[in-house]
Design a protein around this ligand. Structure first.
Ligand SMILES: *[C@@H]1O[C@H](CO)[C@@H](O)[C@H](O)[C@H]1NC(C)=O
Ligand SMILES: *[C@@H]1O[C@H](CO)[C@@H](O)[C@H](O)[C@H]1NC(C)=O
Ligand SMILES: *[C@@H]1O[C@H](CO)[C@@H](O)[C@H](O)[C@H]1NC(C)=O
Length: 351
């Protein structure tokens, strides 16, 4: 009986390893780890004390009509990238019980709506990038070692995995612009961008030190083109260029910052998801992408979503529809516009 029991334990352990490996065999990379804000939050904020929480209708109407806490009608950019890599959508870290976390080897999502690169960026409770990395540290030091007995195996797994960061908009919306309004001081956008990039760089370095090598970093999109900020006159609608110009130094300098990091951090490799470029492309010929409305929120005042959600760029005041996320993710994965210098297929193959 005792032998039988031991045999079962061994059998189950082997089966678990076999299942974990067989999943990995079908995927292009072992895991996708996600850090960021509401653009990629998969439900972390459901567990926090904040108004930046969307686990209610009409969010998720195209996610089996299930309000998971994603700030969209359906899947986020990160979800779609995961599926294209052959991985499950990374679950929200705070949505998985502490006793089950170690079982997840295909990636976890630490992103949290209303947070940013800076600790001081927030609107209620959220997970700052520092906090997200603190949780990832726990994943690497407490959870993953239970699946990788040998350190070299864990290092190899992390070096082949992809780390996606989509963060920074709130450092402008909830921090820089707010300060500007409240103190009526004209800060210097160049200096603020430098400061943000320096902070982002040190946080990326932490992920590198924990084992991350392959990074996809989202640039900050044209914030002034979101429905809450656009310039509406009786006859026309256009982006708030004043806002866009202030954010631009960040996106302009990001490639140089990442190049610097790539030189400093041996074996690291970076690619940028260029949200500004994609928006411009769509704005130039929306119909080519199936859009009839690129200015308004699909969800109206009465919280009723529009019927033709595939024709809207924005789902709410500031977040894109699944249709937009699909276009950006497909292009970033195998196209030539959204992500540079590498698309994700190329990032997967790089060393
Ligand atoms: C989706 O869920 C909401 C709220 O639970 C419900 O009112 C609505 O009828 C559902 N829609 C569909 C298409 O099932
Ligand atoms: C932000 O908070 C973390 C702790 O959550 C701390 O370790 C870090 O030093 C803080 N960063 C700054 C810039 O204050
Ligand atoms: C808003 O539109 C008006 C009229 O086209 C223009 O003069 C103004 O500069 C715009 N404001 C911003 C912030 O883009």
């Amino acid at each position: 009986m005792f032998i039988f029991k031991v045999f079962w334990v061994i059998y189950l352990l082997t089966l678990q390893v076999f299942l974990a490996n067989s999943y990995r065999a079908k995927s292009l990379v072992p895991a996708l780890y996600v850090f960021g804000d509401s653009s990629v939050d998969a439900g972390n904020n459901n567990n926090l004390n904040t108004i930046a929480k969307v686990n209610t209708f009409p969010y998720g109407i195209d996610f089996n009509n299930c309000s998971t806490g994603r700030f969209s009608n359906g899947k986020t950019f990160a979800d779609i990238i995961a599926l294209k890599l052959g991985l499950p959508m990374p679950p929200a870290y705070l949505g998985v019980s502490t006793t089950e976390r170690y079982q997840i080897v295909s990636g976890i999502n630490y992103a949290s709506g209303s947070c940013g690169i800076l600790n001081t960026t927030r609107n209620g409770e959220c997970l700052s990038l520092d906090k997200q990395i603190e949780y990832f540290t726990s994943t690497v030091t407490n959870d993953l070692p239970r699946n990788f007995r040998r350190k070299a195996k864990l290092s190899h797994y992390l070096s082949k995995s992809i780390f996606l960061l989509s963060i920074g908009s709130n450092d402008y919306i909830l921090n820089y612009f707010k300060q500007e309004m409240e103190t009526n001081q004209k800060g210097n956008p160049e200096e603020f961008a430098d400061y943000l990039l320096e902070q982002l760089g040190s946080k990326i370095t932490k992920i590198y030190d924990l084992g991350g090598r392959k990074f996809v970093i989202g640039s900050i999109g044209p914030i002034g083109c979101a429905p809450s900020f656009i310039n509406r006159t009786s006859s026309s609608k256009d982006c708030n260029e004043d806002m866009n110009q202030k954010v631009k130094p960040f996106s302009n300098k990001l490639p140089w910052k990442l190049q610097e990091l790539q030189t400093q951090l041996s074996g690291s490799i970076f690619t940028i998801s260029d949200n500004l470029k994609m928006f411009k492309k769509i704005k130039n010929s929306p119909e080519q992408f199936g859009f009839t409305n690129i200015w308004d929120s699909c969800v109206g005042q009465d919280a009723k979503p529009c019927e033709n959600r595939k024709q809207y760029l924005f789902y709410d005041f500031g977040h894109s529809t699944e249709a937009t996320n699909e276009i950006c993710a497909n292009n970033c994965f195998s196209g030539r516009d959204a992500c540079f210098p590498l698309n994700i297929e190329q990032l997967v193959r790089a060393h």
